[in-house]
Design a protein around this ligand. Structure first.
Ligand SMILES: Cc1cc2nc3c(=O)[nH]c(=O)nc-3n(C[C@H](O)[C@H](O)[C@H](O)COP(=O)(O)O)c2cc1C
Length: 346
C-alpha cells in the first residue's frame, strides 16, 4: 500500500477536481495496481439473473465519460456505474465545484453534469469487450426543454452496452431535475424510457434523493411497482447540512456526500425497502466507509451497495477492506451469504 500512501500525499494537496482528473489518468495508464485476491464465496450475490463476485460497487460520478470502467472493475468492485451521461456534451457549473470536507470526511459537489455527452460514451462502450457488471447512469442536459426526452435518448442509445440502466432523477445540481421524482412526472418519464428499451432485457433502475419525504417515497415506490421497474438506488447526495458539520467548506452549495450522509441514506433506504416489499432489488449508496456501513445497508434492504466519496479519503485499498469486513460480519452472524442478510433488519 506504500504506492497509495505516496499518491495520496500528492492527491490530497491538489484541488479536488484536479486530483480526480489525475486519478482517471493514472487508471487509464495502468499505473494503479489491480486487486489480485479473489472474493470470499459468501460475498457472491445474485441480481437480475446474474451472479456478481461481490456486492460492492462504484457509484456514478467518478467515471462520467466511460473512460476507465475496466480499470475500476480491476480495483475489486463487484459493479461499476458510469455516468451520468447527458445527450449533448456540456461544461457543467463553473469551477470550483467540488470540495473536500476533511474534518467531516465528507464531500460537497455542484458539478452540474459536466461531460462529453452520449456519442463519446457510446463510442467508448462500443469498443470495449463486455465483462464484469457495468451500469450506465443517464441524465438530462441543463438547457433541455424536454427533460424526459433526454432520458429516452440516453436509454435507447446506451441500453446495448449496459448491464443495467439508471435514470438519475435526483441530482441536486441541475435546477428542476429533482421534480422528475414527482408521481406524474416520474410515471411519464419511466413509461417513455421503458417503451424505448422494450426490445431489450436491460434492467431499468431509478436513482432517488436521500431528501425524499415519506410522501415522496410513497409516490416513487408506487410508480416503480406499478411500472415493474427493476430497482431503486437510495441514493444521491443530500441538500441537507447536518448541524454537526465542522469543515470551513460546509456552507458551499451543492450535494453533500460521504460520512455525514451515512445515517440519513441508510434510514431512507430502510423506509424504501419497507414500501418495496421485496418486489425488486435495492442498491444502497451514501457514506459507506466500512464493511459495517455496507452491512447496515444490506440488512436495511439493499442487495448491492455503492460508494464514491470515501474513495477520496482512502483510495483503492478501501474496496478490499470493506469486502473483508463484510465477510467477517456475515460469518460472525452465521450468515452464509449476502443474500441471507438482505433486509434482515426489516
Ligand atoms: C463529485 C461527485 C459527482 C457525482 N456525480 C454523479 C452523477 O453524475 N450521477 C449520479 O447519479 N450521482 C453522482 N454522484 C452521487 C454519487 O453517485 C453518490 O450517490 C453519492 O455521492 C453518495 O455516495 P457516497 O457518499 O459514497 O459518495 C456524484 C457524487 C460526487 C461526490
Amino acid at each position: 500500500m506504500a504506492w497509495y500512501r505516496a499518491a495520496d500525499l500528492l492527491l490530497s494537496r491538489l484541488d479536488a477536481e484536479d486530483a480526480h482528473r489525475l486519478a482517471i489518468r493514472a487508471l487509464k495508464s495502468g499505473l494503479v495496481p489491480r486487486a489480485r485476491q479473489g472474493d470470499p464465496p459468501s460475498l457472491a450475490v445474485q441480481v437480475w439473473g446474474r451472479s456478481l463476485a461481490n456486492p460492492v460497487g462504484l457509484a456514478a460520478g467518478f467515471d462520467k465519460n466511460a473512460e476507465v470502467p475496466d480499470a475500476l472493475l480491476g480495483l475489486g468492485f463487484g459493479l461499476v456505474e458510469i455516468g451520468s451521461v447527458t445527450p449533448r456534451p456540456q461544461e457543467g457549473n463553473p469551477r470550483p465545484r467540488l470540495f473536500r470536507l476533511g474534518e467531516d470526511r465528507g464531500v460537497i459537489n455542484r458539478m452540474g453534469f459536466p461531460g462529453q455527452g452520449l456519442d463519446a460514451a457510446v463510442s467508448r462502450l462500443s469498443r470495449r469487450t463486455r465483462r464484469g457488471f457495468v451500469g450506465v447512469n443517464i441524465g438530462a442536459n441543463k438547457d433541455s426543454t424536454d427533460r424526459a426526452a433526454d432520458y429516452v435518448t440516453g436509454a435507447a442509445a446506451l441500453a446495448p452496452f449496459a448491464d443495467y440502466l439508471v435514470c438519475n432523477v435526483s441530482s441536486p445540481n441541475t435546477p428542476g431535475l429533482r421534480s422528475l421524482q414527482g408521481r406524474v412526472q416520474l410515471a411519464d418519464l419511466l413509461k417513455r424510457v421503458k417503451d424505448a428499451i422494450a426490445a431489450t432485457t436491460v434492467p431499468l433502475v431509478v436513482k432517488i434523493a436521500p431528501d425524499a419525504t415519506d410522501d415522496d417515497l410513497d409516490d416513487i415506490v408506487a410508480v416503480c411497482r406499478e411500472l415493474r421497474i427493476d430497482g431503486i438506488i437510495v441514493g444521491n447526495t443530500t441538500l441537507s447540512r447536518p448541524a454537526s458539520l465542522r469543515s470551513p467548506r460546509r456552507g458551499e452549495s451543492g450535494g453533500l456526500s460521504g460520512a455525514p450522509l451515512t445515517a440519513l441514506s441508510t434510514e431512507v433506504l430502510r423506509k424504501t425497502a419497507g414500501r418495496v416489499e421485496r418486489q425488486f432489488p435495492l442498491i444502497g449508496c451514501g457514506g459507506i466507509a466500512s464493511g459495517a456501513d455496507a452491512y447496515a445497508k444490506i440488512r436495511a434492504g439493499a442487495t448491492l451497495v455503492q460508494l464514491y466519496s470515501m474513495l477520496v479519503y482512502e483510495g483503492p485499498p478501501l474496496v478490499r477492506r470493506i469486502k473483508d469486513e463484510l465477510a467477517t460480519l456475515l460469518a460472525r452472524d452465521g450468515l452464509a451469504s449476502v443474500g441471507d442478510a438482505v433486509g434482515a433488519d426489516l
